[in-house]
Design a protein around this ligand. Sequence first.
Ligand code: THU
Length: 134
Amino acid sequence: MKDQEKLLEKAFLALTHAYAPYSGFQVGACIKTRDGNYILGANIENAAYGSTNCAERSAVFAAYSQGYRKEDIEGLAIVTRAQQLTPPCGACRQVLSELLGQETPILLSNGKETVETNIAKLLPDSFGAKDLDK
Ligand code: THU
């Protein structure tokens, strides 16, 4: 993917916007759209812990809220400052499997190491709209 460095830089900017008073664990995400926009997302926690929104869901919901759809999305970066790379949680994988292209690049980075993956690898054999067919 082109402009990978810029996408990561924006995701680290999003990380600084995290609202994580309970876990203290900041996560940033950024979507790059094919028309050249960068849409930031951060984890936003809540005293009712289950109401927390993860960074990657914040980013993809923001993109959809602006009218973008999966075919408009070139890539997603998810970043932390943890020692090891942070893989997306199960709920985020389910959401991303519907809202991103199966092969759309997903970059995971902690600033020291970056890997590229995609949702087909992260959530194979996923449940989706096709399974709702009567
Ligand atoms: N979190 C994310 O934002 N994305 C992930 O992929 C993993 C977890 C957030 C949720 C919560 O605010 C904090 O990290 C600790 O679980």
